[in-house]
Design a binder for this molecule. Structure first.
Ligand SMILES: C[S@@+](CC[C@H](N)C(=O)[O-])C[C@H]1O[C@@H](n2cnc3c(N)ncnc32)[C@H](O)[C@@H]1O
Length: 470
């Protein structure tokens, strides 16, 4: 038990953006016990002061709390799009080198995967016109990236031929050939606060923002925007993109892959899927300041909460929900809306807690099960997510968003046949819905899933499968 846990959480968030929820607490505890033992400090308050004052100590500590999970050719279709479309297009537009940044690069697999792909495609010609950079907050992992020596764990899903062509085996490790290693340079950068270099054409920020809360992700967008060339693109991991859609940058997609770029005209309301209130409410009455805590009846508070949620005014939505729950702590709709707000803010334990409270009252609440599935999915607890989404589709076989996320989870678990089958079910349900809108199956979940975009994603995934099946 860390008595001054909030102090540590605040310090870490302020310095590097990492947000501590319940799941991360164990990581923090183990990091603290290790560093405190090494420093021969037994008092949490004393160690906190050391951490606050000493940058060296903070550097040694940060390496213990970062999650560096990565591997070669992760979500490879994004890398293909960059190599096959973006790089040649940018080089057609101008002569200078194309700059690509792998932000939160961990041990370098992402940046090197790009270098390998570019080399495969263009050999030394075009590849020489591309500069690849990697940056990370963790100095230890950066040393590993520069060393470019990997265990077989980093090669999940890598074609043996590529591994043989670009790596030399030494014992249990595989060393990347210098020819590729030298194409990437690695730097220590805090991506929340610092800009590594100007005029970057492509920024990959994949599987990093999941550790930040919403305000930090917004701040991060603002910071990355300053680095991004006017024609450039910012790519998140597939599952992260929607949670990063703040309309600071414009969301675009190409070949089913989403990315952000500069607004070319005045920003408008985001045209793509994002969590939003389903019930359309007039915009004018949306109050983005804490409401006075009386008078309005629960229904009005709930309406207001939904409207605030739609406007992404989370703390205001929370305040409205608090008014309802003060009167009626078991109000299922309030618990549901609060669960969605928590999901948006990546506070998954709160989402799960709310969903469980609803299930305690109504074991057939498909909404609560859907929330649990989404919360598990976002935490990469794929098997649990599958279990929840399956329950939703058994109960509500016409609810295509549950089928869609189930398909996604199958795909991520390499369950190719079930994934393809389930994507087809989604397409079928979307077609039925288009032909006969009266048959649409909805849940009372205050989230919107735009059918067109999801249809596109299904088509894309099915095409990928078809391509892989030859
Ligand atoms: C899970 S890894 C992602 C690696 C790679 N991008 C991928 O998708 O496979 C997340 C990395 O983000 C880094 N990171 C976390 N906060 C950061 C910050 N504020 N600035 C730079 N890097 C950060 C961590 O050190 C970690 O190596």
């Amino acid at each position: 038990m860390i008595p001054n846990l909030p102090d540590y959480a605040r310090l870490i968030k302020d310095r590097v953006g990492l947000h501590f929820d319940n799941a991360m607490e164990a990581l923090l505890e183990s990091a603290l016990s290790r560093r405190m033992a090494e420093q021969e400090i037994s008092n949490y308050y004393e160690y906190y002061e050391r951490l606050r004052i000493s940058q060296d100590e903070f550097d040694s500590f940060v390496t213990l709390i970062t999650i560096n999970e990565t591997y070669f050719f992760r979500e490879s279709d994004t890398l293909d799009l960059i190599c096959d479309k973006w790089v040649p297009r940018l080089l057609q537009q101008r002569s200078g080198p194309v700059r690509i940044l792998s932000a939160g690069c961990s041990s370098g697999e992402e940046a090197y995967s790009l270098a390998i792909k570019l080399h495969e495609k263009y050999q030394n010609g075009m590849a020489q016109q591309v500069e690849i950079y990697g940056c990370d907050i963790d100095p230890v992992i950066l040393a590993k990236a520069r060393n470019a020596c990997y265990s077989s764990y980093s090669f999940r899903g890598v074609e043996p031929l590529i591994q043989q062509r670009y790596f030399t085996r030494t014992g249990n490790l595989f060393r990347l050939h210098d020819e590729i290693r030298e194409k990437v340079s690695f730097h220590r950068t805090n991506i929340i606060k610092e800009q590594l270099l100007p005029e970057v054409d492509i920024i990959l920020l994949r599987n990093v923002s999941i550790y930040f809360d919403t305000p930090t992700r917004r701040e991060l967008h603002g910071n990355l925007l300053k680095m991004l060339q006017p024609q450039g693109a910012l790519f998140f991991g597939n599952a992260e993109t929607l949670a990063n859609n703040f309309d600071i940058l414009k969301l675009e997609q190409e070949e089913g892959i989403f990315y952000f770029c500069h607004h070319r005209e005045a920003p408008k309301v985001a045209p793509v899927p994002r969590v939003a209130v389903r019930v359309p409410l007039p915009r004018a009455p949306v109050v983005c300041e804490p409401p006075a805590p009386t008078v309005l009846q629960c229904d009005d508070w709930l309406k207001k909460a939904r409207a605030c949620l739609d406007e992404k005014c989370f703390s205001e939505a929370e305040a409205c929900i608090a008014c309802v729950l003060r009167n009626d702590p078991r109000n299922q709709e309030a618990l549901l809306i609060q669960g969605v707000i928590a999901l948006e803010q990546r506070e998954f334990s709160q989402t799960a807690g709310n969903a469980q409270k609803i299930l305690a009252q109504d074991e057939w609440s498909a909404e609560a099960k859907m929330l649990l599935g989404l919360a598990m999915m976002w935490q990469h607890q794929t098997q649990q997510a599958i279990a929840w989404f399956k329950q939703v589709v058994y109960q509500e076989p016409g609810y295509w968003p549950a089928h869609y996320y189930l398909a996604e989870m199958y795909r991520q678990s390499e369950l190719r046949q079930p994934a393809q089958r389930t994507y087809r079910v989604v397409m079928q349900l979307l077609n039925d819905e288009m032909n006969n809108p009266a048959t649409v199956c909805r849940l009372r979940l205050p989230m919107v899933f735009p059918g067109n975009t999801f249809r596109f994603l299904c088509e894309h995934q099915l095409a990928q499968f078809a391509h892989q099946n030859g």
